[in-house]
Design a protein around this ligand. Structure first.
Ligand SMILES: Nc1ncnc2c1ncn2[C@@H]1O[C@H](COP(=O)(O)OP(=O)(O)OP(=O)(O)O)[C@@H](O)[C@H]1O
Ligand SMILES: [Mg+2]
Length: 372
């Protein structure tokens, strides 16, 4: 089996398409200092990133920031240690370990000691990166620091301020260090980076953004056909068409479907099982959202039921749940957009809201919510 597995992919032979994006990444690595890889959940960001890194000649570090966060906090020491160890491993793996020996200011064997003794641990990180950068310069190599789901870094001390300083320092001074940041909550990622805020460290820096899109209908169908072929299963055209219509080009869902057909060897129930499994994933995300604010639930439910303009959403909430102020509603809408739960476009100069993920939409129609 190749395409139909439920883990992020590492190897290109298991990755369907994404040729353009891989090329764009390759180009950006040589020209840019910071790259954002954005896209809604389950669209294939981590897979693309891992396949890309896996083919790199340059040393790289991959950190999953989602795993580093606990109760809306990133423990600085944990993060710093993971970061430092990542760099150390990357350099050693590439037989560049010697670089570390040159770094006199940091005792590599005693991470903990160094980190505990220094008051500002992120100063340690910038020291380290500076030295790594100088050494890589001589070798004509770069190091890639890939931070998956980087919007979570806003939970790293003082709204992520220290980390922003590190990013800005690296951007300005380290020509052999490239950051790749992925984000499914792309608005939050931009809020964190504050590229437009003259008061903040990254103001005015250019960041290359590669936005992962869902597969077209044709590509989705092709993905399933090829996947079934690999798995030695005769594809069923009409089933496939229907699944693609319902799941809408989101590769994570298509993979679940393929995986279920493969493991159950039963076309008949597979679609139903897929929606069940996908819904379970989504339910926990939506539950977490509603836990943070019940208002999010009201808004999502309204949009799920087809209310697509500000005024129809407001009317729906007021008649089903109770009054909501304009201030609250517009805050909620923009926050849901930043988190990727909602999208909007303009139709006849009216803002039209939509839920980009068909499974999220379905789950939200079944949301049980108490009135205000
Ligand atoms: N191009 C691809 N070809 C084949 N399978 C893919 C591809 N992209 C993603 N997948 C599969 O889809 C699922 C979701 O992929 P992945 O975890 O990379 O997405 P993501 O955007 O990082 O999701 P999340 O937002 O949940 O972190 C995984 O099962 C993965 O194996
Ligand atoms: Mg991911």
């Amino acid at each position: 089996m190749m395409f139909f597995s439920l883990q992020p992919k590492h190897n290109r032979e298991n990755l369907y398409d994404r040729e353009e994006e891989l090329k764009a990444l390759e180009r950006s690595i040589s020209d840019e200092r910071m790259i954002i890889l954005s896209g809604i959940r389950r669209i294939g960001k981590t897979s693309l990133l891992k396949v890309f890194l896996n083919e790199q000649r340059n040393p790289y570090v991959f950190l999953d920031c989602r795993n580093l966060i606990k109760n809306n906090r990133i423990d600085r020491e944990n993060f710093n240690r993971a970061f430092l160890e990542g760099i150390k491993n990357a350099l050693e793996k590439d037989k560049l370990g010697k670089i570390l020996e040159l770094i006199s200011s940091i005792k590599i064997s005693g991470f903990e000691i160094t980190l505990r003794n220094r008051k500002d641990t992120s100063a340690t990180l910038s020291d380290l990166l500076l030295n790594v950068d100088r050494a890589l310069e001589k070798k004509g190599r770069k190091i890639i620091l890939a931070l998956d789901e980087a919007q979570n870094l806003r939970f790293y001390g003082r709204g992520g301020g220290d980390l922003l300083n590190l990013l800005a320092f690296s951007y300005d001074h380290l020509s052999n260090v490239v950051f790749i940041l992925t984000g499914s909550e792309v608005g939050l990622l931009h809020d964190f980076l504050k590229l437009d805020d003259p008061e903040r460290p990254l103001f005015g820096r250019y960041v290359e953004e590669i936005a992962l899109q869902r597969f077209t209908r044709e590509k989705s169908v092709d993905f399933l056909y090829k996947g079934f072929e690999q798995a030695g299963i005769e594809p069923k055209g009409d089933e496939i068409e229907e699944v693609v219509r319902e799941l809408d080009g989101i590769v994570g869902y298509l993979s679940i479907y393929g995986y279920i057909v493969y493991t159950h060897k039963d076309w008949h129930l597979s679609f139903e099982k897929t929606t069940e499994m996908a819904s379970r994933l989504v339910e926990s995300e939506v539950k977490e959202l509603v836990r943070r604010s019940r208002n999010y639930g009201y808004v999502m439910k309204a949009v799920a039921f087809g209310m697509e303009t500000y005024s129809t959403i407001k009317k729906y909430i007021e008649s089903n749940f109770g009054g909501i102020t304009d201030q609250t509603l517009s805050n909620n809408l923009s926050s849901l957009i930043k988190q990727g739960f909602l999208e909007y476009h303009y139709k006849e100069s009216k803002k039209i809201y939509d839920i980009p993920d068909p499974v999220v939409k379905k789950v939200c129609t079944h949301l049980r919510l108490n009135p205000l």
